[in-house]
Design a protein around this ligand. Structure first.
Ligand code: FEO
Ligand code: CA
Ligand code: CA
Ligand code: CA
Length: 649
């Protein structure tokens, strides 16, 4: 494995001990505060005090959404490269999903939800954009007088968006768009070809050198209700997402399915799911801009969309498809980034080559070009009944294409981050976070090439790992790479746990675990989102680590990218009870660390899901961030050093 040009050092802070405390726990010398939380108003037109029990769709559309995930910061004035010192910035946050159990404290039974509640629940999902201002006391979120008066904005599953790129006119999308637009009133001001389906299931994402936000639509299937049973199978042939009634789990323990808006009922809108699973690009500088679904990047359960510039100025976008045994993708634009003309870059993501990753046993790897000719030839070779009609069809069903072409099934690839220089140029090393895989090798319904080899549980990867690839020639546009294991998660002191992950193939490549670096320092499990800072330290946020190691809530850990030997892990932050930590990020001057605390109170310390406790009348299991006996709220927190120094030094 080649070395990055800057050698990162182990961070200087004293690691945080494992804890189940219902707060943010930090090293000595560091402090946190809430930046913004679910329900905080974005506009002066909303009521000053948030009362979740009276939340309507119209109120939620003026307030920060729930279950925040990906975070990105944009300087208030665009420049490339961004200046390090900023006093005003724009924060973009994904609101991945909404937890009905955690929204209306006064509701005592699922039958008490009304259609008004349910439309507010959907409106809590999507993206929240909010301006930040640095005052003497530090960074604060600010309100705008009215929607449209500044950069603050909510984008929900009802917001008008445009489809662009090769699949924009796909017949499934056209059919679903007609149903959505017939059901959802036109708010006015959007282009005539806009579809009022907004964005949802916004997990991680990315941001571009031209100052736009990329939000990745992940588990969109879970937002649809109803049953496909009885539907004409020819009108319901989207098997890569297993979109049958078993997937429509969103209302379980929450609201009656019949209350969902019509466009989310699969019986009424069987092609509705084709409107989601895309990477959606948002211009945070213009709150009246129409978000664009970039279909050239393919449709899957997109976890992230991380950009890096290739040596010749083309733009690479790395993407994980977070489902067991799904794949890693890379898009390389045809055009080049123009740092002198922001507007010239706005449609770069509509035209380029999409690749899927194939990991070979010898430590080499290939980016396989996903083309119509190659995919149909592979289908013929594999005697698959699948044929792709055109490039749009290929992108709508890109999972099938990747599988046929020989992409390597992965252990739930979540975030992917490239090591870049100060000018966004990828240096070659790229980290791929595989959170876990508890069903390695099992057959998935409807998927054509799932081998049903019924592995024993010893093959399961319970704790996850992070892979490192090094792009050939240190160029993000390369079609070949070397790969290795960056770190195995798990407990270095417990052979039982590591044996479970070492017993089976990694990414279905059997030699991978030999010599894989283990951890020295703090144990962790289920890595999810990562951030690589300017000195190439990696900040790793976990999701579900508390279900493996019950003595510690989900956390953020730090380690250098390119140290040799056992990887020294230092726990930097522990979240409150029942939360996962997402969106690790630093301000441009690296004197503030931000992260998203998602779904505090979703489970208790013993791991029992709150949805099982809630309707039995049990009290909230977390009171984050407001404390006392308050109702828990997802929140963005900001961490600074008490002496004002750089985070980690
Ligand atoms: Fe939304 Fe894969 O995490
Ligand atoms: Ca995630
Ligand atoms: Ca990330
Ligand atoms: Ca996750």
């Amino acid at each position: 494995v080649g070395a990055a040009s800057t050698v990162a050092t182990t961070p200087a802070f004293a690691p945080v001990a494992a804890t189940n405390a219902d707060t943010i726990s930090l090293p000595p010398g560091y402090s946190w505060r809430k930046l913004i939380a679910w329900g905080d108003r974005l506009f002066d037109t909303a009521a000053p005090v948030f009362d979740p029990n009276t939340l309507t769709r119209a109120e939620q559309e003026q307030r920060f959404g729930q279950n925040n995930d990906m975070l990105a910061l944009f300087p208030a004035t665009y420049a490339f490269p961004p200046a390090k010192d900023q006093d005003r910035m724009i924060l973009c946050a994904n609101n991945e999903y909404a937890t009905p159990d955690l929204m209306y404290p006064a509701i005592t039974a699922p039958s008490a939800f009304t259609a008004e509640h349910v439309s507010a629940i959907y409106a809590a999902v999507g993206v929240s954009v909010v301006e930040l201002e640095r005052r003497s006391e530090g960074w604060r979120a600010i309100t705008n007088a009215t929607p449209g008066a500044g950069r603050n904005r909510r984008i929900t599953p009802f917001t008008p968006v445009q489809f662009s790129g090769p699949a924009a006119r796909h017949p499934w999308i056209a059919e679903a768009a007609r149903i959505v637009n017939a059901n959802e009133p036109d708010p006015g001001g959007a282009p005539t070809d806009a579809v009022r389906c907004g964005t949802m299931a916004n997990c991680a994402g990315g941001y571009t050198p031209w100052g736009t936000y990329l939000t990745a639509e992940e588990n969109f299937d879970g937002f649809f209700v109803g049953s496909s049973r009885g539907l004409d199978p020819l009108r319901f042939d989207d098997p890569a997402f297993a979109l049958d009634e078993s997937s429509f789990a969103y209302p379980a323990g929450g609201f009656p399915a019949a209350l969902a808006p019509r466009q989310f009922n699969i019986a009424e809108n069987p092609r509705g799911p084709s409107l989601y699973g895309w990477v959606t690009e948002i211009d945070p500088y213009d709150s009246s801009s129409t978000p664009k679904k970039r279909t050239a990047l393919g449709r899957c359960k997109h976890e992230c969309a991380t950009t890096a510039l290739a040596a010749d100025g083309r733009v690479a976008v790395y993407m994980g498809d977070d489902q067991r045994d799904e794949h890693v993708y890379k898009f390389v634009s045809r055009g080049r980034f123009n740092p002198a003309d922001r507007r010239a870059n706005m449609n770069l993501l509509d035209d380029g080559q999409l690749y899927c990753a194939q990991f070979l046993e010898n430590g080499q790897g290939r980016w396989l070009a996903i083309t119509l000719e190659a995919a149909n030839a592979a289908a013929e070779r594999e005697e698959s009944p699948i044929r792709f009609r055109d490039e749009g069809d290929l992108l709508v069903r890109v999972r099938d294409a990747a599988r046929l072409l020989g992409a390597t099934p992965m252990d739930r690839p979540e975030d992917v981050e490239a090591v870049c220089d100060a000018n966004w140029r990828g240096l070659g090393p790229v980290l791929i976070v595989c959170t876990n895989n508890i069903e390695r090798g099992f057959e998935h319904p409807g998927s054509p090439r799932r081998e049903s080899d019924r592995p024993t549980s010893a093959q399961n990867n319970l704790t996850g790992h992070i892979l490192r690839i090094d792009e050939a020639g240190g160029d993000c546009a390369a079609e070949a790479f070397l790969w290795d294991v960056f770190v195995m998660a798990g407990d270095p002191n417990s052979m039982a746990l590591t044996a479970r992950t070492r017993g089976g193939p990694l990414a279905h490549v059997s030699t991978a675990y030999k010599g894989a670096p283990t951890i020295s320092g703090d144990r962790f499990a289920c890595p999810d989102n990562i951030f690589i800072d300017s000195t190439h330290r990696v900040w790793i946020a976990t999701d579900g680590g508390d279900s493996v190691f019950a003595d510690c809530n989900d956390s953020v850990l730090c380690t250098p990218v390119n140290a040799e030997g056992p990887r020294v892990m230092k726990r930097f932050l522990v979240g409150p009870v029942g939360s996962e930590i997402c969106g690790p990020l630093m301000a441009p001057d690296e004197r503030a660390f931000l992260c998203a605390v998602q779904h505090p109170g979703a489970n208790d310390v013993a791991g029992t899901d709150f949805s099982q406790l809630r309707w039995l009348g049990e009290p909230a299991t977390s009171h984050f961030p407001d404390g006392g006996d308050s109702w828990p709220r997802s929140a963005v927190v900001i961490v600074t050093r008490d002496d004002g120094g750089r985070i980690g030094d």
